[in-house]
Every structure is written in C-alpha cells, then in structure tokens.
Design a protein around this ligand. Structure first.
Ligand code: DLL
Length: 433
C-alpha cells in the first residue's frame, strides 16, 4: 500500500518539523553557493538564519522561469559540475530550453518519489510497466523508468510513437501498467479499435497519465476505453520531473504532493499573496532536499488549490487538485510546451506575413492539432495560388524546425482577423477539457 510508509504517513507535526529543518538547510546552501539567491535574499533584506518557522517562507522572494532563462544554462546550479550526473531540459518556452541538473542523490530521491507514486497509483513490484513517456531530455521517460526500477517492477522502455508496435508489445508482453500522456492513451484506444484489439483482452489495470492538462471527463473516457484505472500524475522539470504529486488509487481525489521534499504554497498570481486553504491560485513550490538545482518559491504558473484534510489512503501529505490551467499562456501541444509569442516571432520573421494571427488548437482523433491562421500582405494575397502555397509550407516548416510542432498554416485575407482594443485573442483552444 505504501512504498515508504514511515515518510508517507508521517504525522503532520513531525512532517512540518522535518520541512523546517530541511528548508533552513537548503536556504544556507543556496545562499552560500548560488549568487542569484544571495543577491535576491540580500535585496529582500533576509538572511537564511532569519527563517525560524515555515511561516517565514513567505518573506522570501519568488523564483521564476525568467530567472532560470537569465542564468541559462547552469547559472542556478548549486554544486560543481563534477557532481552533476544527469541533465534534463524542458522543451519550448523560448528558443532556449530550461536546463536542470541532478546529483546522484537527486536521482535517488526522484527514483524513490516515482516509486512511491507508482505504489500510490496501485502498481507494485510484480507489475510490467509499459513506459510510453518519451525518453530523452524530457523528464517523463527516464523519470518513470528509474522509479519503476526502484520499485522492482519490470519496465518496458518503449518511449513514445509507433502505436501499432506499442499495442503488439502490450498484448505479447502482458503489460499491466501504462504510463504516457492522457491524449496518447486515447490515441492508442483509437488505433486499437482499428486493429481489432479489445483492451478487455489485455492485462492493463492502471494507467498513470500526466504531463499535460486533462479533465474528469477525459478520465471517464480513458477508463472506459482502456479498461483500467486512470491516475493523474503531476510534475515539472524545474522541480524534478514526474512524481512531484500523484493521486492515490483509494480516493482518486487530489494529488498528494510529497511534502517531505517539496513545500507547496498557493498564491494569487497577480498579488503574489497566499490565498485561503481550498481556494484556487498559482502553485508555488520550494524544493527542500534538491542538491543540483534547488529552487526557492518557484512559480509554476499552474493553477490548482490545496487541501490538507486527511485522506482515506492514510497518507498525511497534502493534496493539490487537478490542474485547471496556467496563469500564463503556455500551450502544450502533443507534449511540446509552446508560448504563442514563440510562434509570433517566427511569423514576424517571414516576408509577406503580417503580425496578425490566430492559433487554433483542437484535438482530432485524440491528437492535438494546431492551425496557424495568419494574414498575408495585400500584394501576396493577390498572387497566384502557387506562391501562397509555398508561403504556407514555409511557415509550417519553420515552426516545425524551430519548435518541433507540426501545424497547418492557413493564409487569410488582410484585415480578416479580428482586432482587439485590449488584450488580443491569440489562441482558440477547442480541446474540451
Ligand atoms: O511534463 C513532467 C511530467 C512527465 C509530468 C510525465 C507528468 C508525467 P515539463 O515538460 O517540464 O515536465 O512540463 C511541466 O506540464 O508545469 C504543467 O503545466 C504540465 N503538467 C504536467 N503534469 C500535469 C498534469 C513534465 N497532471 C508542465 N495535469 C507543468 C496538468 C500538467 N498539467
């Protein structure tokens, strides 16, 4: 039922005492080794020694994705490179990825937290874990892989793609746990139907889905189509990767965040002030055991709420509710993170294209699609169709090459995209979430 009973069920007072001790230690470490923190703490007039209670955390400044970009690639690392055994990076966001480094101990902690997450989802040592999260710089594949090995399960490192082969392997190898994005799970269901495979004939019992937003309605659909329990898992590269928080199979209500390693706060994204328990706001996380790149009060931009009420599973760690969106405008298209502004800057660099555009995101047969509607200048618009087609292809190619996203470019008449007096609507997201 638990992977690490002692820590997963630590009574709250003991958990909070541990958090405070670890918080004080990490503050000392970053203050001593990361110039960025020394500067921002000094500017805020606070020293690590001033933090005497968990409540004092609120006095510390936030860390943002922009801070990480500004110190690209290794500026926020708190240990010498010789101690870093793994580097991951998250896709998209700017031309440059966000880079994170792990010491051996960081990998150990991550593996343990992923192993705990597997057990929380109802998986165990005897399971065959079909890991269809992508392996590579993305944290999904290797994160789940190490956790599965730590658990002692049999992991199939299949990674993403080649769906027919995935289905064959699931059938032949007797996969009992599926790990992938929820949209990919639904796509597998479609392919299976086309192949005449019935999930009722497979051994899958649990699916552990995350890395992108999804809804209760989507859970119902996945559970019905794949004939398994669908569990929500949350994480982000900056903080660790998958396994920061996960639902328990007993309640399937809220994701337990591993509070012996992370301190969560929920703030109003505009004022930066904490909101009352149960209210929605932006999730802020402080890592209290990380060595490679500890983050203090990191603004995740993810919108959720937190509940401290006891859970029927017996774990004492607080639960965050299903993510309902982001406080910035980052889109996740087929697992690739992208900001509208990145597409904008590509469009603006192309001759004959006007800076008026609309991104239409949809989900067709369970796969995300992106249509880029963009105005072209008068001169080009009256040109022959061949020239327009060539321009559309060029836009598609540049977006693919620079951002790794497949899209369809639709060139539209000058002035046909609605103008706005306030914030422009750049994105229409038709995915029903
Ligand atoms: O997506 C880590 C991960 C891998 C999580 C596999 C779960 C499973 P990034 O690529 O850095 O890391 O993207 C992190 O994805 O800030 C959220 O906006 C979004 N996200 C992740 N999990 C969920 C979820 C991985 N369960 C960003 N629900 C985060 C909603 C999620 N959004």
């Amino acid at each position: 039922m638990y992977f690490n009973e002692e820590f997963e069920t630590l009574p709250r007072p003991a958990l909070e005492a541990l958090q405070l001790k670890r918080l004080q230690a990490v503050l000392e470490r970053v203050y001593a080794h990361v110039p960025f923190y020394r500067d921002t703490f000094n500017a805020a007039g606070i020293k690590p020694g001033d933090v005497k209670s968990l409540g004092d955390l609120e006095r510390l400044p936030f860390t943002t994705k922009q801070n990480m970009r500004d110190s690209y690639p290794y500026g926020l690392f708190a240990v010498p490179m010789e101690e870093i055994v793994r580097i991951h990076a998250s896709s998209g966001t700017t031309g440059k990825p966000t880079v994170v480094g792990y010491t051996r101990k960081d990998i150990d902690v991550w593996s343990e937290l992923m192993a705990r997450s597997f057990v929380s989802a109802g998986a165990g040592k005897g399971d065959i874990i079909h890991n269809a999260y992508g392996y590579g710089l993305f944290t999904g594949g290797l994160g789940a892989h190490y956790g599965a090995e730590r658990l002692g399960a049999s992991v199939i490192p299949i990674s993403g793609g080649n769906t027919k082969r995935q289905l064959m392997i699931m059938q032949d190898f007797g996969s009992s746990v599926l790990t992938c994005t929820p949209s990919y799970a639904l796509f597998m269901a479609e392919e299976a139907r086309a192949e005449g495979i019935n999930f009722k004939d497979l051994r899958l019992k649990v699916g552990i889905f995350g890395a992108e937003p999804w809804s209760e309605a989507m859970r119902d659909e996945i559970e019905a189509k794949l004939n398994l329990d669908a569990i929500d898992i949350y994480g982000l590269s900056e903080i660790m990767g998958p396994g920061v928080a996960i639902e328990c199979i007993e309640a399937k209500r809220g994701l337990h965040i591993w509070e012996d390693h992370f301190i969560p706060e929920i703030i109003d994204p505009d004022s930066g002030q904490r909101v009352a328990e149960g209210e929605r706001g932006e999730l802020v996380i402080t890592t209290i055991t990380k060595q490679g790149i500890p983050l203090i009060r990191y603004r995740t931009r993810d919108i959720t709420s937190i509940i401290y009420e006891p859970c029927i599973c017996g774990r004492t760690h607080a639960r965050i509710t299903r993510m309902s969106g982001r406080s910035d405008d980052m889109l996740i298209i087929r697992g690739v993170n992208v900001f509208p502004s990145q597409i904008e800057s590509i469009l603006i660099g192309i001759e004959g294209v006007e800076p008026h555009y609309l991104l239409v995101v949809d989900r067709v047969e369970n796969l995300d699609t992106l249509e880029v509607h963009v105005e072209v200048d008068e001169r080009i618009f009256s040109d022959e169709i061949k020239i327009l087609q060539r321009l559309a292809k060029r836009i598609e190619k540049e977006i693919k090459d620079k951002l790794g996203i497949t899209c369809t470019a639709r060139l539209v008449e000058p002035r046909s995209i609605q103008r706005s007096e306030g914030k422009a609507t750049r994105v229409i997201d038709k995915r029903k979430l």
